[in-house]
Design a protein. Structure first.
Length: 285
């Protein structure tokens, strides 16, 4: 006959507690592994510290330089003059730009998930009121939060779209990191996936495929010259010279060319690659 010793009934309870402790330890270890949610959160860079100094082309000019002075390249017959602005431009003289022939504008709305342009209303509504077709853009910082989070923030803070004939689809500004590693510490595949996340989220919110702003040099260096977006997303390319130059893989033509950072009134001037009716078609979707 077996003998039931004192304390035996309590052994199962102690065993359960031990197992629970082991499980908790394993969970903690897993969260600390690379690629897990805990590690991803820990790797996020801090929110931008000087977003007012970051605009479409601010880092292109810094890293790739600008063309020597002189007259801008002659405009082809089928083109439309435009500008892009951000908070560093302050209150913009839209009537002056309109009278000089400018017919469209892109306005920086947001950066990461913490910054909105304090001059956005004057710039976005002012360009519209002057008669221009206008759109908003987002300055991407892929190391601070997910593509989906930044697309949602952009759509919530000026990056929406309406079929009024005067609102361009939103644009995603992908360029050299103003705060550190050129490619934001991400692999080429990581950056491509981040952008796919951003574009898919923006389209789900607005129904539009967004424009992509990027330079060929940055694109080659940071995405491995990915051809993943050329068939869908219109290309807005910065190159301060006599032509738009070589395009990133996937695009057979550019839609918008930012040809100077030192044009009249606001600095950044662009040309739409087509006649005004094609620009209106882009606005209408």
């Amino acid at each position: 006959m077996s003998v039931l010793r004192s304390g035996s009934p309590h052994r199962p309870a102690r065993s359960l507690a031990t197992v629970a402790g082991i499980l908790l330890t394993l969970v903690s270890l897993l969260l600390a592994l690379p690629g897990t949610a805990g590690a991803a959160a820990a790797k996020r860079a801090p929110e931008p510290s000087h977003p007012g100094q970051d605009w479409a082309g601010s880092q292109i000019a810094r890293h790739e330089g600008t063309a020597a002075g002189g007259a801008p390249p002659a405009a082809p017959l089928a083109s439309v003059e435009g500008v892009d602005v951000s908070s560093h431009n302050g209150n913009v003289a839209w009537s002056t730009l309109w009278n000089s022939g400018v017919r469209f504008a892109y306005v920086k709305a947001t950066e990461s998930t913490s910054y909105t342009n304090p001059y956005f209303a004057q710039q976005y509504n002012g360009s519209y009121s002057s008669g221009m077709i206008r759109g908003a853009y987002h300055f991407a910082t892929p190391n601070t939060s997910s593509g989906a989070a930044q697309a949602q923030y952009f759509a919530d803070h000026g990056g929406g779209w309406s079929k009024d004939g005067k609102t361009l689809p939103g644009a995603l500004d992908m360029e050299y990191n103003p705060y550190g590693a050129t490619c934001y510490g991400l692999s080429a595949a990581g950056l491509v996936n981040w952008m796919k996340d951003w574009f898919a989220t923006y389209k789900a919110r607005t129904g539009r495929d967004a424009v992509l702003y990027t330079s060929t040099n940055w694109w080659k260096q940071c995405t491995g010259n990915s051809a993943a977006f050329g068939a869908v997303n219109p290309l807005w390319i910065p190159r301060y010279g006599s032509s738009a130059g070589e395009l990133p893989a996937g695009w057979g033509f550019h839609t918008i060319w930012q040809y100077t950072s030192s044009g009249p009134t606001v600095g950044d001037h662009n040309r739409f690659n087509g006649a005004l009716d094609r620009l209106r078609a882009l606005a209408n979707g």
